[in-house]
Design a binder for this molecule. Structure first.
Ligand SMILES: Nc1ncnc2c1ncn2[C@@H]1O[C@H](COP(=O)(O)OP(=O)(O)OP(=O)(O)O)[C@@H](O)[C@H]1O
Ligand SMILES: [Mg+2]
Length: 149
């Protein structure tokens, strides 16, 4: 049984959520997929900014891609972080239109997906899953599931 290892963080501020993102950045490598879920305003984009920062991308370049489903942030050596906001994805044609199959299998990209549940990916596909939950105004519970290595 290939059970995931689960770790929990408690964040009380934007800065602490960014910090969790930077921690995640140290645990991932090119070719990895990071799936993020959580309610509106739970901190998915903030966490993505922290991941970007940890990878060496200016976190100010990372925003909620409201009208674009996906944005690419370049790294060194032809590598990149691809930030997908799946909120607007309604069909597999939408996934095709952003070139999902090409970048999701690429060894030169890290793919980070907000609203990942909307993609309905097979649950056994290797990925890091992050779930954010509101605990009051500023509090967030951040649950990180790492695939067993
Ligand atoms: N501990 C915290 N961590 C992250 N964000 C926090 C925290 N406390 C308060 N906030 C606020 O919550 C909001 C989180 O916004 P963010 O865009 O990261 O969420 P999101 O989950 O991406 O939202 P959306 O569902 O619209 O994509 C920001 O306004 C931020 O200032
Ligand atoms: Mg967002």
């Amino acid at each position: 049984m290939n059970e995931a290892r689960i770790r929990e963080h408690r964040s009380e501020s934007v800065e602490q959520t960014l910090h969790v993102g930077r921690t995640i950045a140290r645990e991932i490598t090119m070719g990895d997929l990071v799936l993020i879920d959580g309610d509106l305003g739970a901190g998915k984009t903030t966490l993505t900014r922290g991941i970007a920062d940890g990878l060496g991308i200016d976190p100010d370049q990372v925003s909620s891609p409201t009208y674009t489903i996906c944005r690419e942030h370049e790294l060194e050596d032809g590598c990149s972080m691809i930030h997908v906001d799946a909120w607007r994805i309604e069909s597999s044609e939408d996934l095709d239109s952003i070139g999902w199959d090409e970048f999701a299998g690429s060894k030169n990209t890290i793919v980070v997906v907000e609203w990942a549940k909307r993609l309905n990916l097979p649950s056994d596909s290797p990925r890091m899953q992050v779930d954010l939950e509101h605990i009051g105004e500023q509090g967030r519970l951040i649950r990180v599931s790492l695939p067993r290595s």
